[in-house]
Design a protein around this ligand. Structure first.
Ligand code: ADP
Ligand code: MG
Length: 254
C-alpha cells in the first residue's frame, strides 16, 4: 500500500477536530480524488499523507513505511519521495519561477547541490519543460509576485511534477483555473507524474473529479462518507455529501 491510514484522528492546535477517525488504503499506482464540502477535512487529510501533520491517534503508513516511527534521516528520505502541492503553494514573491520549481527536488539532492542551485539554478531545461507543458513557456525568470493566481497555481503544479514523487498529493490544484486550463492541468498532472505514481488529489469541482479519477472518496465532518468507483457516484450520493452546502450539488451537476 502507498497510503494506509487506520483510524487516524487529527485535532488542530485550536481544538478543532478536523479528522475524527479516517481509515483509507490506497494501493501503489492508484489515482484517487477526495471530494467533500468546505471544512470537511480534505486539506488536513492531505497534510497527514504528506507528514506535514502528525495524527494524535491511529496509525499511518506511507510508501510502506511507518512514517512517525522512523529515524529523522529515514523520515527525511521518505519525505523526498512524497510531493504535496498545498492549497496555497508557499511561493515567496521575490523568488523567480525557475528557483521555485527547482526547489521541488531539493529534498533529493545532496546539500551542496541544493545550496548551489539557489545561486545558479541547475537543470533549467527540466524546469522549462515542465512549465511549457502547463502553458507558461515564457515565465521561467519572472518573480512569483508578478503572477496571477492561476499562473501561481500552475507554478505550484510544475514544482510538484518536477519533483517526480512516488506519492503525488495535490490540494485543490485547479481551483483558480478556467475550464480549458483545468483540463490542460489535469492532463499534465496525469501524464507527467511517474507512471507508477500513487495520486491523491482533492478537488472542489465534482465533475473534474469524476472525469479524471476512477476512485472517489467523499469526506464529510472528518469522516469518510463514501469510497466508490466514479461510475457509482450518483446524484443522490453527492446530494447527501453536500447536504448542508446550499446550491453546491445542483451547480456541479447542472
Ligand atoms: P477542507 O480542506 O475540506 O476545507 P480542512 O482540512 O481545511 O477542510 O479543515 C477541516 C477543519 O479544520 C475545519 O473546521 C477548519 O476550520 C479546521 N482547520 C483547518 N486548518 C486549521 C488550522 N490550521 N488551525 C485550526 N483549525 C483548522
Ligand atoms: Mg482545503
Amino acid at each position: 500500500m502507498s497510503v494506509s491510514l487506520r483510524a487516524a484522528r487529527y485535532v488542530h492546535p485550536n481544538g478543532r477536530e478536523a479528522l475524527q477517525s479516517v481509515s483509507l488504503e490506497v494501493a501503489r499506482g492508484e489515482r484517487v480524488a477526495i471530494i467533500g464540502p468546505s471544512g470537511a477535512g480534505k486539506s488536513t487529510l492531505l497534510n497527514l499523507m504528506a507528514t506535514a501533520l502528525r495524527p494524535q491517534a491511529g496509525s499511518i503508513e506511507l510508501l510502506g513505511e511507518p512514517a512517525w516511527q522512523l529515524s529523522r534521516r529515514a523520515l527525511r528520505q521518505l519525505r523526498a519521495r512524497i510531493g504535496l502541492m498545498p492549497q496555497s503553494p508557499p511561493l515567496p514573491g521575490r523568488q523567480r519561477v525557475v528557483t521555485a520549481i527547482l526547489a521541488g527536488r531539493l529534498g533529493r539532492w545532496p546539500w551542496w547541490k541544493s545550496l548551489l542551485s539557489l545561486l545558479y539554478p541547475a537543470d533549467i531545461a527540466g524546469a522549462r519543460a515542465t512549465l511549457d507543458a502547463l502553458g507558461l513557456p515564457d515565465y521561467l525568470f519572472t518573480h512569483c509576485d508578478r503572477l496571477s493566481g492561476g499562473q501561481l497555481q500552475r507554478v505550484g503544479l510544475a514544482r510538484l511534477l518536477y519533483q517526480q514523487p512516488a506519492l503525488v498529493l495535490a490540494d485543490e490544484p485547479v481551483s483558480s483555473l478556467d475550464p480549458g486550463l483545468t483540463e490542460l492541468a489535469m492532463r499534465v498532472l496525469h501524464e507527467c507524474s511517474p507512471a507508477d505514481a500513487t495520486m491523491v488529489v482533492s478537488l472542489h469541482a465534482v465533475d473534474v473529479a469524476l472525469r479524471w479519477f476512477p476512485r472517489i472518496v467523499g469526506i464529510r465532518d472528518g469522516l469518510v462518507a463514501f469510497d466508490l468507483p466514479a461510475a457509482e457516484v450518483t446524484g443522490p450520493v453527492l446530494a447527501e455529501l453536500y447536504a448542508s452546502e446550499a446550491g453546491a450539488v445542483p451547480r456541479q451537476l447542472g
